[in-house]
Design a protein around this ligand. Structure first.
Ligand code: AP5
Length: 222
């Protein structure tokens, strides 16, 4: 059985297509922790056509960011109410700005469960176009595939549920350009933030998914 001591509390940082959503399920399984992907949470609001979802879709399709306040509250309620998070958590897509990183630290300090690791998936922008434009996703689980690099067993079908795969509305070359600008301007500064606190590790994310996974395990001391 897992004890508090071997639980994991980490963030995955990286530009769109770096492999956060590909690697996070491996971490979730290995550490029995919860995987909180803010992009997936927002897309589920879009599907349900909530007021937040309708507003968020416009921003996401333009490659912008949803407000810090909304995102911080979203993570706060998951960390407090989701019983799976007691065993640890992998944050994927959050924090995405310095204020989000600061609020997260405050929130975890109050609970006396500080972050243990911030892993950055490092990759050049040029490699991301092919990854993003070929991506296929299973909306309800967030599982992602790639037409060429990681094809599903059956065309356009999720391996586990047999449900259809879709392409995200922000996965086109134009939106990607904007998402990359947003990443470099607003999210990349959190790398220096975590370097200062000493919990940062960087990994070359241009390697194969299995090599990236080994590197992640290595920097987690596994
Ligand atoms: P989000 O859903 O978080 O999107 P993102 O950060 O742009 O990241 P992606 O999901 O595109 O990339 P990924 O790294 O998960 O790549 P994947 O593993 O699938 O956010 C979407 C939007 O929501 C944001 O733009 C923003 O508007 C909003 N938002 C979310 N969080 C927010 C926040 N905190 N604050 C404000 N706004 C927020 O891999 C990509 C493809 O490559 C796949 O097809 C995969 O199969 C393939 N692949 C993966 N690894 C490899 C490899 N090693 N080699 C070859 N192919 C690979």
């Amino acid at each position: 059985a897992k004890t508090d001591d071997d639980s994991i509390r980490m963030v995955l940082i990286g530009p769109p297509g770096a492999g956060k959503g590909t690697q996070a399920p491996n971490l979730k399984e290995k550490f029995c922790a919860c995987h909180l992907a803010t992009g997936d949470m927002l897309r589920s609001q879009v599907t349900k056509q909530t007021a937040l979802g309708i507003e968020a879709k416009k921003i996401m399709d333009q490659g912008g960011l949803i407000s810090d306040e909304i995102m911080v509250n979203m993570i706060k309620s998951e960390l407090s109410d989701n019983p799976d998070c007691k065993k640890g958590f992998i944050l994927d897509g959050f924090p995405r700005t310095i204020p989000q990183a600061e609020k997260l630290d405050e929130m975890l300090k109050e609970k006396s469960i500080p972050l243990q690791k911030a892993v950055e998936l490092k990759i050049d922008d040029e490699l991301l176009v092919a990854r993003i434009t070929g991506r296929l996703v299973h909306p309800s689980s967030g599982r992602s595939y790639h037409k060429l690099f990681n094809p599903p067993k059956k065309e356009m079908t999720d391996d586990l549920t047999g449900e259809p795969l879709v392409q995200r509305s922000d996965d086109n070359a134009d939106a990607l350009k904007k998402r990359l600008v947003t990443y470099h301007n607003q999210t990349e500064p959190i790398v220096a933030y975590y370097q200062k606190t000493g919990i940062w590790s960087g990994i070359d994310a241009s390697q194969s998914p299995s090599n990236v996974w080994s590197q992640i395990l290595k920097c987690l001391g596994q």
